[in-house]
Design a protein around this ligand. Structure first.
Ligand SMILES: C[S@@+](CC[C@H](N)C(=O)[O-])C[C@H]1O[C@@H](n2cnc3c(N)ncnc32)[C@H](O)[C@@H]1O
Length: 254
């Protein structure tokens, strides 16, 4: 049975507890799975991929589809871009205004660490100050500063709500590894996501950019390679851009 990517599947991934990275090979801290601090590097990289795209320097208002907690969106804000996030994940929507602290505490305890005595547990090699909590927790006590709207863009009203949330200014629509209820190897869900982005697009001058996982052998999150997305878009006449984290940029007919 191929994996079907629905709300339950990606939410169960978000909820995976701490990985014990580093604990096996070195005395580093256990690493959170979907945590703000743990994702800073990856989100920086994702944002840079967008920023470096030809023409992105002119972009000032972005709708991000499926941005999780909007951590990449926050990096785009650092570059002076106004971004809103569109999400349907019950996990993201329920947790976005909550602190991560309790989840981190629970996970640390689950893996045998004392959350109130971490420097001793972790040892001297970990490159945080004495109190890792000051690095792990966001100063705002939430998970995101990005406006996140709960919309699936399936109806005109839903798309209008998205447009209103960004004051009807959209320069670009980007998806970040967004997977909308479809089975691996099934084009229907991918086409549905593509079509919803197209319908949100106010006019053809607005770029639609899909960021795709780069590893063709990864059948979990990859779903399609950048080239397979390109072929699907071309076969159905969509003038969208596909990028992957290896820097491949595939434009219509390219
Ligand atoms: C694999 S996760 C990626 C999350 C985030 N972009 C990241 O890289 O951490 C895919 C996300 O797409 C969201 N999603 C799927 N279909 C969507 C839709 N129609 N509208 C908005 N978000 C959607 C899911 O809720 C999920 O959070």
């Amino acid at each position: 049975m191929p994996i079907t990517w629905d709300k339950q599947t990606y939410d169960s991934m978000y909820r995976l507890p701490l990985w014990r990275w580093g604990v096996r090979g070195s005395p580093r801290v256990p690493y959170g799975h979907y945590t703000w601090f743990g994702h800073q590097g990856a989100n920086e990289l994702h944002a840079k991929t967008f920023i470096d795209l030809p023409g992105f320097a002119q972009v000032s208002d972005v709708v991000m589809i499926g941005g999780g907690f909007g951590w990449t969106a926050e990096k785009l804000v650092d570059h002076g871009i106004n971004v809103i996030n569109v999400e349907i994940s019950p996990y993201v929507l329920a947790e976005k205004d909550q602190s991560e602290e309790q989840q981190l505490r629970d996970d640390l305890v689950k893996f045998g660490f004392d959350p109130d005595n971490l420097p001793v547990c972790i040892g001297p090699d970990y490159n945080t100050p004495v109190d890792p909590w000051s690095f792990w927790l966001r100063p705002d006590g939430k998970r995101t500063s990005i406006t996140t709207v709960e919309e699936d863009m399936s109806t005109q009203a839903s798309r209008q709500a998205v447009r209103s949330a960004i004051s009807n200014n959209i320069d670009a629509i980007v998806t970040e590894f967004t997977i909308d209820s479809y089975a691996v190897d099934d084009d229907a869900g991918a086409l549905q996501l593509i079509e919803r982005c197209e319908q949100l697009r106010p006019n053809p001058a607005v770029a639609v950019i899909h960021m795709i996982q780069p590893n063709p052998s990864d059948t979990v999150l990859n779903v399609k390679t950048a080239q397979a997305w390109r072929d699907l878009l071309d076969a159905n006449g969509y003038n969208h851009t596909v990028v992957d984290l290896k820097g491949n940029i595939l434009t219509a007919g390219g």
